[in-house]
Unconditional design. Structure first.
Length: 239
């Protein structure tokens, strides 16, 4: 079981967060670090990731920063093995990294973009999860970041990829139940990130909550909560 203190904190938990150099991933890394977790952080841009990891280390957090090209399944598997080696075991895997692609109808969606989005958002996520699962402690958790755009017309490959993530989450939840591994898809909702800005270029970022406002359900799952297969972070009440 993932370590949980008397106060319901993920203190000492060994957590992997993908896409941790910015946005929601960085906010999660900072929140987990503040709760006393030990971390493996991944991102494509190593320079940005090293900056985040260095700041957390200076505050006393154990952090391992690993470059990850999630669109390459072999690379995803290698990073999964490296994460287990770095932490000894994994209590929580947070599959946060993803790409938007183009907001266009499926009828004329460019296939090269389609392949890239599905490779990163679906195949890479599953490849990394498969690699990490042997090292996930019984009673641990796999948290997949989903979206309200899942299945939404006009969102192209991204909408399909998040439908797939919801399906993967539900299937893994059933398949891993004998080990007590909780699989949860969390939709952060409207959040002030670069992906949000790309999806809604006319939107005023100041009207959208910061990523740090959406971390509560992730912290709760890391501390041992099981809110079910799907959570809307914007509606989280701390149950």
């Amino acid at each position: 079981m993932a370590p949980v203190s008397d106060g319901g904190r993920p203190e000492g938990a060994r957590i992997v967060v993908t896409g941790a150099s910015r946005g929601l991933g960085r906010a999660l890394a900072e929140a987990f670090a503040a709760e006393g977790a030990r971390l493996v952080l991944t991102a494509t841009r190593v320079g940005h990731l090293d900056s985040v990891a260095g700041r957390l280390r200076r505050n006393g957090t154990e952090v391992h920063a690993l470059a990850l090209e999630l669109g390459d399944p072999d690379a995803a598997r290698r990073v999964g093995f490296d994460a287990i080696a770095a932490l000894g075991r994994v209590d929580v895997l947070v599959n946060n990294a993803g790409v938007l692609g183009e907001r266009r109808p499926l009828a004329d969606y460019p296939m090269d973009v389609w392949e890239r989005v599905l490779a990163v958002n679906v195949t890479g996520v599953l490849a990394l999860t498969q690699a990490v699962l042997p090292g996930i402690a019984d009673g641990g958790a796999v948290v997949n970041v989903t979206s309200g755009a899942a299945g939404r017309p006009g969102w192209g490959a991204y909408a399909i990829s998040k439908l797939a993530i919801d399906g993967i989450t539900g299937i893994l939840r059933e398949e891993l139940a004998p080990r007590g591994i909780r699989c949860v898809a969390i939709n952060p909702g409207a959040t002030r990130t670069s992906m949000r800005a790309a999806a809604y270029p006319a939107e005023d970022p100041g009207t959208v909550p910061a990523p740090s406002a959406r971390v509560a359900p992730f912290l709760a799952v890391a501390a041992g909560a099981d809110p079910g297969p799907h959570v809307e972070a914007a509606e989280w009440t701390g149950r």
